[in-house]
Each structure stands twice: as C-alpha cells, then as structure tokens.
Write a new protein. Structure first.
Length: 254
C-alpha cells in the first residue's frame, strides 16, 4: 500500500499530463484554424478581397486540397514536437523548430500542387505563396504571442516603482549575470527589481541587458548603489579569481 504522499504525487502527475494533453489538443485545433484561414485569405487577397470574384473552380480546389494539406501539416508539427514544448518559456530553439517545421510543410504542399494539377485542379501560385506566409505568421504568433505578452508585462513591472521589492545590483554582465537578471525580471515569484549591472569591461559601458543598464566598473559600485538606492548586491562572476572576488566584496562592504 502506497503512502499518502506517493498517492498525491501520482494524482498530481496524472492531472498535469491531462492538462498538457488538453493544451496540445487545443493547439492542434488552433493550428487547423490557422491553416484553413491562411489559405482561404490567400485566395481572398488574390482576388482583390472580393468573394464574388473567386472562380468556383478555385473554391472547389480549396475544399479538395486543404483538408489533406492540414492533416499533413499537423503530422509534421507533431514530428517536430510543436505540441510538447512549454511555450511560456519559448526560446530561440523553439523558434528554430517552428520555422523548420513550417518550411517542411511545403513538401506536401508542392506534392499536392503537382498531383492535383494532373487531376485538373490548378490553384493560383499566389495561393500557395500567400498561404505559406500567412500560415507561418499565424503559427509563430500563437506560440510566441503569450511569451511576448508575458515578457512585456514583466518588463513593465520591472520599470514600475510599486511593489517591486528590493533594488538589486548585479556585479558581472556575463552569462551568469544575464541569467540571474532574467530570472528576477521574468519570474513572478521573485520580488525584486534589477536596477543596474556593474562590469569592468569598458566595451560594455552604456549598454543594456533586458533593458537594465550597465553603469560602470567596480570603482563605480558605491556611487551607483547610492544613486539607485540598492538594497542587495549579487556577485555573478563565477570564474573570478579569489583576489578579484575579495577586492570587489571589500568595495561592497564599504
């Protein structure tokens, strides 16, 4: 007999899987809608935004081609794991995967164009071109729209003076400093505001990371701490030598 904690963990795992499955199914339906809308809008654009100008043969061709093309596209998206990513954390890797997947869908598109041409169903070339462009925009927008909106919200909160918690200075504008700043800015559970970076590299002076300025070297720590009313200083140079770390920590303590 399992312990209550194990049973609860198993139930939570099942619930999470069900939620992810429902989200994937919902995203599939959204993709189907995007594909149909994109290629119908492509016809709409081709014939000057007038449904009455679209010849019946093209309307019939649309309804013959798009169901099969949609199915092929969904299968390709599934192969590229577009229904398994956590899109709130979407990054360059996910963007690359989406772009490649959308381009691969043009293989069945080209195949269907050739097959249906032999069957006497010829669609305008603009139908395929505009449809591809609009589908690409739609698929990308659905997946990165939430990520973008969430990032903008967090950046606005970062700039707001209300309820931001401690003012934070990060020493080190390298990869470690960037990761710490990103986590503070975009994690709702962390109450803090990254006000500035300090870095001894003169080439970084005046630049920004996620909208946060790099304001000077170690010699400017005291001045900038006073200017930005810093409550917490985070040392983010893991590769720093012991002597450098000690010198910077001494400045911070002063």
């Amino acid at each position: 007999m399992g312990s209550p904690d194990n049973n609860e963990s198993a139930n939570n795992g099942i619930l999470l899987n069900n939620v992810l499955r429902l989200k994937a199914i919902a995203l599939i339906f959204v993709d189907l809608l995007i594909i149909w809308a994109a290629y119908f809008l492509a016809l709409f654009i081709r014939f000057e935004f007038d449904l009455n100008l679209i010849p019946d043969q093209f309307k019939a061709g649309f309804y013959r081609i798009i169901p099969y093309f949609s199915l092929c596209s969904i299968i390709i998206f599934a192969i590229f794991k577009l229904y398994k990513s956590v899109w709130r954390y979407a990054s360059v890797v996910e963007m690359y995967r989406v772009i490649v997947a959308v381009f691969v869908t043009q293989i069945p598109a080209f195949t269907m164009m050739k097959i249906y041409k032999h069957l006497g169903v010829t669609m305008p070339k603009s139908f395929w071109v505009f449809g591809f462009i609009l589908m690409s925009i739609g698929v990308m927008a659905v997946r990165f729209g939430y990520r973008f909106a969430r990032a903008m919200k967090q950046l606005l909160n970062q700039k707001s003076s209300a309820n931001h918690g401690e003012n934070v200075m990060i020493i080190g504008a390298g990869s470690a400093g960037k990761m710490i700043a990103h986590e503070i800015i975009f994690n709702d559970k962390i109450k803090g505001r990254v006000c500035c970076f300090i870095d001894d590299d003169p080439m970084l002076g005046g630049k920004t990371i996620d909208g946060v300025p790099i304001v000077g070297s170690r010699h400017d720590i005291a001045t900038m701490a006073s200017r930005y009313e810093i409550d917490k200083i985070i040392f983010a140079i893991p590769a720093a030598e012991a002597s450098v770390r000690k010198a910077i920590l001494n400045i911070c303590q002063d």
